[in-house]
Write a protein that binds this ligand. Structure first.
Ligand code: ZN
Length: 133
């Protein structure tokens, strides 16, 4: 590897560290907005088939602690996953202040279960409006 290639690789690593640090320190709504833009671009270039519609989405996996105890240890239920919905900025006309994924709903068009920072959200799979509670 040449000196120039080594220098370029170091710069790329610093840029990657910067990007990761920046994304990790963002508020939840800002992070979701950035990821929405990235996923939108990636999805626009992805191949679709006649028999399937797939979309790369951000998800929230979670598990709940059950009431069951085995050998003195608490037992966790199986994990579930919800897609992170996008804020419907047209409805709100600007920023949404919530910094917490605490709204949940189901897309009435495609049936995707959605978690969001806002009651009025957009389904990350089909782009329909989703009302969350
Ligand atoms: Zn949908």
């Amino acid at each position: 590897m040449s000196r120039k290639e080594l220098r370029q690789e170091r710069q790329a690593l610093r840029s990657q560290d910067y990007l990761v640090e920046k994304l990790a320190s963002m508020s939840v709504p800002d992070f979701i907005d950035i990821i929405q833009e990235v996923l939108s671009r990636r999805n626009a270039g992805s191949k679709q088939y006649d028999f399937e519609r797939s979309t790369l989405v951000l998800g929230l996996a979670y598990r709940m602690l059950s009431d069951e105890v085995v050998d003195g240890d608490n037992v966790w239920e199986k994990a579930s996953c919800l897609a992170v919905g996008y804020v419907d900025y047209e409805h709100y006309g600007g920023r949404v202040g919530m910094d917490l994924l605490c709204q949940q709903g189901t897309c009435s068009v495609c049936g995707l279960a959605v978690m969001s920072v806002a009651k009025y959200s957009i389904c990350p799979h089909c782009g329909s409006e989703v009302f969350c509670t």
